[in-house]
Write a protein that binds this ligand. Structure first.
Ligand code: HAM
Length: 422
């Protein structure tokens, strides 16, 4: 039987991993600039956490979760997103008691959603996410959005627009919920079975129904920003004002409601029109979730965050594919069994001194070994034959100048240090 990776999963092969590492490095640098620390939570959690946090009328919870019973019959789910786990850990580890009121964390890692795989959509995918907990200020909303925008700008991804909207506070959402029910009531019989259920439980979810997306009632549905309470409106106005002051381009997208239930106030998405992704693809999104920590048993704590799909960022970056994949410092080329023993010792010493080294293990002739050295973009070739073993020295060949030097084995580390310093 031929084994294949499960549908919707992808192997990241060595020729792609340098792009991933470059992206991860850039993310870590931006997070350090914003003084955001990494946090790692489990890849699986109790199913109840996601039902509660993400919401049991969302597509993610009802259709897309990888849920199974463990050997003791407990229901476990592979995380479909990162915010729920971070908030669970925030409460469990009493991080709200930190001396610093604003807790800023980021995470990178695999997430799992049972969706129809397509370009930029997988069943195991990776997210980079940021969560900022403890402070409700619009300044924090803006800091969060700035981080998201900085990331795509630094990566050089083009045709990007920041879409923002506000879902308001509890008072606004109660008013909006009622307006939505009044609006959809006359069309109820024409909507899909799921939407009929959503109508009572959570009418907001009707707006991101994939089945009824083209129904005329969708286009004329009421807008959240027309139902904002005074407080919610003031918060949103301040967010917009700060973005204006900073010169950050955005559009107010009154259709933006996001697909997860925990949001309140500001929501946003970074949308790309890069044809490689397909027009209007969401590369990242997030928003405020002021009720979530309390919902999970913690003290009332405001929060805001976002997450990017890392595969989508990398697709957008494909043009800039890294040919800057760095080469190794030296490739050691032994000719004969004795030379191979010496090569292995030399490789060990050089690696211990911080050099990137590889060598031939298969006893090929010089031609084959030079080919490997070229593939690894070795700056130096270190050649060892019987004569060299006898004499306790090696031949070091400089790839660029093609010069060759005889170097004593005892002096090779110093030689390499001098060469790379120069
Ligand atoms: P989300 O919008 O569900 O939000 O996902 C964020 C991003 O993850 C999406 O914009 C997309 O780029 C990527 N993504 C989602 N599903 C897939 C998939 N099947 N394949 C590839 N990429 C995918 C959240 O997950 C929230 N936790 C974001 C957040 C953090 N809100 C507040 N804090």
């Amino acid at each position: 039987m031929a084994y294949t990776a499960p549908r919707g999963t992808v192997d990241i092969l060595p020729d792609k991993s340098s792009q991933w590492m470059r992206l991860e490095q850039l993310i870590r640098t931006i997070c350090a600039n914003y003084n955001v620390k990494e946090m790692r939570t489990p890849i699986f959690e109790h199913t109840e956490l996601f039902n509660r946090a993400v919401g049991d009328t969302t597509d993610v919870v009802t259709k897309e979760m990888y849920t199974f019973n463990d050997k003791k019959g407990r229901s476990i789910t592979l995380r479909p997103e990162g915010t729920a786990g971070i908030c669970r850990a925030y409460v469990e580890n009493k991080m709200y008691a930190n001396a610093e009121k604003l807790t800023k964390v980021y995470y990178l890692g695999p997430m799992f959603r049972y969706e129809r795989p397509q370009h930029g959509r997988q069943r195991q995918f990776h997210q980079f996410g940021v969560e900022m907990l403890g402070v409700e200020s619009p300044y924090v909303d803006v800091e969060c959005m700035l981080m998201a925008v900085t990331l795509v700008e630094t990566l050089g991804i083009k045709d990007i627009t920041l879409h923002i909207n506000s879902l308001g506070d509890d008072e606004s959402r109660d008013a909006y919920r009622k307006a939505l029910q009044d609006h959809f009531r006359p069309f109820l019989g024409e909507l899909c079975h799921d939407c009929q259920e959503r109508f009572d439980k959570n009418p907001l979810r009707i707006l991101d129904c994939k089945v009824d997306a083209k129904h005329e009632a969708m286009k004329s549905a009421p807008r959240t920003i027309d139902y904002l309470s005074e407080n919610a409106k003031a918060h949103f106005d301040k967010v917009c004002e700060l973005l204006d002051v900073l010169g950050v381009d955005y559009v107010i997208d009154t259709n933006l409601v996001r697909g997860l239930d925990y949001y309140s106030h500001t929501v946003f998405e970074v949308i790309s029109d890069d044809p490689k992704l397909g027009a209007g693809a969401t590369v990242g999104g997030g928003g405020r979730y002021n009720g979530l920590v309390e919902e999970l048993g913690g003290p009332s704590t405001p929060g805001i965050g976002f997450a990017f799909g890392m595969e989508r960022l990398l697709i957008a970056l494909e043009d800039q594919a890294t040919s800057d994949d760095e080469g190794i410092d030296a490739y050691i080329m032994p000719l004969g069994d004795q030379a191979r023993d010496m090569a292995l010792q030399l490789a060990t010493v050089l690696r211990a001194n911080g050099f990137t080294i590889d060598m031939d293990y298969v006893g090929r002739g010089l031609k084959g070994q030079f080919k490997s050295a070229d593939r690894f973009k070795a700056a130096l070739n270190i050649i060892i034959g019987d004569e060299e073993v006898e004499g306790g020295y090696v031949q070091v060949r400089n790839k660029k100048t093609r010069e060759q030097a005889k170097v004593n084995v005892d002096e090779i580390v110093d030689y390499m240090i001098k060469y790379f310093e120069g």
